[in-house]
Design a protein around this ligand. Sequence first.
Ligand SMILES: N[C@@H](CCC(=O)N[C@@H](CS)C(=O)NCC(=O)O)C(=O)O
Length: 81
Amino acid sequence: MIKIYQFPTCPYCARVIRTLDSLGLESGKDYELIEAYRGTKGREEVVQLGGINQVPFMVDGETKMYESNDIIHYLKNKFQA
Ligand SMILES: N[C@@H](CCC(=O)N[C@@H](CS)C(=O)NCC(=O)O)C(=O)O
């Protein structure tokens, strides 16, 4: 399942989440949102997995990605009909 590390007041995270919604993807089925505000366990994972202290951060199998625009492009490419 795709993991999206984010926090609720992050506008770049919100853009990614809107894209997940617009593509008809379902939380818990197609993707999992992981709370990653500064100081959380989720944020520690972000740095461990990707090496940069920034969200949104996406993990899809071996694919790891920062930058909301890149994540949105990846999701549209993968799921848009
Ligand atoms: N260009 C990036 C900007 C991402 C960004 O600035 N994220 C903020 C949160 S809204 C961040 O991670 N700041 C560092 C921090 O929270 O420690 C994108 O579009 O994803």
